[in-house]
Structures are given as C-alpha cells and as structure tokens.
Design a protein around this ligand. Structure first.
Ligand SMILES: C[S@@+](CC[C@H](N)C(=O)[O-])C[C@H]1O[C@@H](n2cnc3c(N)ncnc32)[C@H](O)[C@@H]1O
Length: 224
C-alpha cells in the first residue's frame, strides 16, 4: 500500500518510524510519503489560509496549494483521495477493512476552520471522520486511519490472527487478557485460563465478551 499525506505539519508523522509500523515501513511493506502543503503555495509568504467569505470565526485553508499539491502527488487520480473531516462518514472497522485493500490512498489533513469547499468538490473522493468530536487538525485522524488500515496489510502485524478475534471483528468486544505472573500483588489469573481445558477457556472468554459488550456497548448487541 502506498499512502500520501498532505499536511501543514509533516513532522507529526514521525510516529510511523516507531514500533510495528516503523519496522513494516523499514521493510518496505508499505510506503508513507508526507507532503507539506505550504511548499505548493504560490503566495510570496507561502500563506495557506485566509478569512472566510461571509464572515465568521477563524481561517479557512485556501484551495490553490492543496489543488496543486494533489495534482503533483496524484496526477492521474490513481489514489483513493480522502479528506479527514468531522463532517465525514464515521470510520468503523468494516470501513477500515475495506480501505485496507486499496493500493493507493491520499489523505488530506485540514486545519483552522477547514478547507475551501471548491477543492474538496474538485479533488476529493470521500470525507471520513474518526468520531463525533472536533480536533484541531486532520493529522491525528489521518494517523488513526493509517494505523488501523495497516493492521490489515499482510506482514505488517507479526500475526494476522490478531485481527480475527478482537473487538469489532465480530459483534462482541474482546474478553480480558492476562499474562505472567500468575499472581500479581495478590490478584490471581482466573483459574480456567490455567486449566488447560480449551473448551472451557473458549466458553469463559465468550461469556466475558458478552458481559463487557452488554456493559459498555449494548448498541453492538442490537446490531445482531
Ligand atoms: C477545527 S477542525 C474544523 C472543524 C469544522 N469547522 C467543522 O465544524 O466541521 C480542523 C480540521 O481538523 C480535522 N478534524 C477535526 N475533527 C475531526 C474528526 N472528528 N475526524 C476527522 N478529522 C477531523 C479536519 O481535517 C478539519 O479540517
């Protein structure tokens, strides 16, 4: 998968040099290129924002640098072009899975009050939100989208099995997990998990998943 990010703050994406995603990037399993929108501004001061027509608070990102940056990065429109926006379709695990099969993704990160509508109309395929709240910029939403998609790209996770039996892979949230030591400050691991009886372990995990889902996300059970 090749990902291009258009942002005013490319340095924020250094997080993808660490941990699992850093290792996968080093191995060339995916490609991540960050483009500074400011480099494409034709304004002599490299300005990328201006006051909104019609008045109102804040500034709006101007269309020219974004349009030119997209034209340079994806001249033949090969990439699925996404604008991260609180107005977008809300990101879910099934949307993540769907997007993870794209060969090329271009992500536009907004700032200030957002982006001039004309460049969205001309150059963007889809708007995606990471949830019903507003952040100050599209960089963290883009990182959320990238990380969640890359988990489905073969060889990024050591074991793709991890995505099979986890929260949102089905209707239920994941069961509690335990590791060594068996006794931590007087709290012991549930007996069933050290019994060696796999059928009982599966049954216990399912019951726990149900209980946690009922408590925290009863809406998921209604979707059945
Ligand atoms: C302060 S927000 C702009 C909010 C906009 N004025 C509105 O009311 O919809 C600045 C940028 O952050 C990003 N952003 C903020 N919240 C987001 C969310 N929930 N999902 C995705 N992107 C978000 C978008 O790229 C947006 O252009």
């Amino acid at each position: 998968m090749k990902i291009d990010v258009l942002t005013l703050f490319p340095e924020m994406f250094d997080v993808f040099n660490s941990s699992l995603m850093g290792k996968a990037r080093e191995k060339g399993i995916y490609e991540l290129n960050c483009h500074n929108i400011r480099d494409y501004s034709s304004d002599k001061h490299k300005k990328c924002d201006d006051a909104p027509f019609g008045g109102g608070a804040g500034m709006v990102m101007t269309p020219q640098p974004i349009h030119d940056c997209i034209a340079f990065v994806d001249p033949d429109h090969r990439a699925k072009r996404i604008y991260l926006s609180p107005r977008g379709k809300v990101l879910t695990q099934s949307l993540v899975r769907e997007l993870s099969s794209e060969e090329r993704i271009l992500l536009l990160c907004g700032h200030y009050e957002g982006v001039d509508q004309r460049v969205l109309d001309m150059d963007i395929d889809e708007e995606i939100s990471i949830g019903d709240y507003v952040l100050s910029g599209g960089e963290i939403p883009a990182m959320v989208l990238i990380d969640s998609m890359l988990r489905y790209v073969p060889d990024v996770l050591g074991n793709l099995e991890s995505t099979v039996d986890e929260s949102f892979s089905g209707t239920l949230l994941e069961y509690p997990q335990y590791t060594r030591p068996q006794n931590f400050l007087g709290r012991t691991v549930p007996e069933v998990l050290v019994s060696g009886n796999h059928a009982n372990v599966d049954k216990w995990r399912r019951e726990q998943s149900l209980e946690i889902t009922r408590k925290n996300r009863p809406d998921l059970l209604d979707k059945k």
